[in-house]
Design a protein around this ligand. Sequence first.
Ligand SMILES: [Zn+2]
Length: 699
Amino acid sequence: MMPKPVNVLATKPSPLSTMVVVLILCILGFYALHFPHSSTPSSSSSSQNLSQVEKLFLSASSNSTISSYLRALTLHPHLAGTKPGSDVASYVLNHFTSLGLKTHTATYTTLLSFPVHSSLSAHFSEGGPSVSLRLTEPAAAGVVQAYHAYSPSGAVQARAVFANYGRERDYRALGAMGVNVSGCVVVVRKGGEMGRGTVVERAEAHGAAAVLVYGEGDTWRKGFERGHVMRGGIGDPLTPGWAGVEGGETLGLEDREVLKRFPKIPSMPLSAEVADSILSSLGGAPVPLQWRGTLRSKVRHVGPGPTILNFTYQGEKKVANIENVFAVIKGSEEPDRYVLLGNHRDAWTYGAVDPSSGTAALLDIARRFSVLLGLGWKPRRTIILCSWDAEEFGMIGSTEWVEQNLLNLASKAVAYLNVDCAVQGPGFFVGSTPQLDSLILEVTKKVKDPDSEGVSLYENWVAASAGSNNIQRLSGVDSDFAPFVQHAGVPSIDMYYGRDFPVYHTAFDSYNWMAEYADPFFHRHVAVTGVWGLLALHLAGDPILPFNYVSYANELQLYKNMLSNLVDQKISLHPLTLSIEEFASAAKEADDESKKLRLQETEGCVLDIKKRALNDRLMLAEKGFLDADGLQGKQWFKHLVYGPSSNNERLNFFPGISDSITGSTGVTETERLASIQHEIWRVARAIRRAASALTGEFT
Ligand SMILES: [Zn+2]
């Protein structure tokens, strides 16, 4: 098939970019007329100013500029801990500096993992020849070879067996057919609800000698999905719970805390093409009926064998410097309150989607904010643009920074707004902590839909999600919002266009792929940037924080109802019922107070101290859900409403309750029920804490 011509938007000046320049000049004239450079706008006019600022921000958009940023960011693969990785850090830093923004960097010394050598060959029949299988992508010069970061080195010669998605129930299905994977090389397809690390952990628990993980798909079947397989937490494995600063305490590689983060059996990604050649050669029991529906590979039998795989992987764990880059726009009235916009910068390969589409958006936000600054705009609160390193190795850059700045974040951060793979294809997706729901709805109504004329992003989004706004929640541990929500309790948002893109973590995630398939005119980039920027302008500019806890109360009520269908009659949900009632009434009170103060604000008669007092309560409430003891067995995760659980497919909230329902091995039924009840009490107490933070009253 002939490739389609690649869009060349970035290389020639488009009429659109010229239009934007003209538009900005018009705006400049307009602004000079209406908003002379006043350094401290009076509070009575600040809400009016904000809507002008919003207009200015939106009209300064430029798809060709974003496209040129993406082109520059993706010239070379830029893996964390490598020279090209630090070159991109300098590029981002220079961009911020050249715009006149105040910048700084935060460097950490962390343990990364790189491949040295790998090979895979197969004997498709007994005594047959050894056929070597391809472990590289075509034309991927300079791209790190396919590997799983933190996989141990090893050499395995064993029969191949197919274990579907590698979930517990898949191993049970194999067991029911008399298939034992012990000592085998387990081949698993990606796409179940489990992360890569858990897939390897489950295979290890079932005695597998090695794991090969492939991505299914009709296109890009030669791609290998890189990724890390660390378990039990995020951040630098040598500094669990504290920041890996130079000269600071680090654990040794043989420390038990460190060892438990790494798998004990080697693993590696496979392309769909190579996986097919292995799976189609298997004999033994037929593939269970319930696996077949969604199975794209030509696999008929699960094995083990007769195919024997010869797999070697040699990797090295290496201490390397990683670098977070920041630009700070100081607030004029509340400089000690912070709105953080973050995106990771490191990529497995060229990373056009992951994460450079988000980085291009961040660079464009910086450019547009600097235009606003030039026009005399000053945000009420401080805005920090954060460019994280080493996210792909387990959110290391953001986690180390959150650990280092925990107290200041807990007391001064208003919100964290994350964008990772900003544009993957069509369709808007957003996740948030629920007090930010109303703001998201309001802002998406102001941004043009990138795919339909004359429609707001909101209209198309709601239409696509069958009439509901469909905001997801942040229980996943798959991008940099995780440490902010789940460790520090900072209200957060994460958003993106499109999902499940086929070139994820492969060498094909390039500028050309983006321009050809995901966003030919970069209009989706413009839309994400628009939403991201407007969210920041509101959170940093609104005199009363745009938080609505009524939405949080409704969400908690919904969770309680869902839970009631899952737990035993002997379990009492009464503590939850009472705490949610208390929280709902606190939320209603705070909402009434917000409305009243907003109204008075337009009349210009609210004392700053009064606004600040309410805002502090609105900001603090999320921390009520944190618990010093954290989740059982994963104490680093402190949030009792959102966080990782082993039962995410059934309950993606209340992770502690969810885990206690699943129960751990060797626990009697009485103990299991007692532990569920205890977890319910813990969540109820957390909700009460949040309620009392919201009212600000002592008992
Ligand atoms: Zn990413």
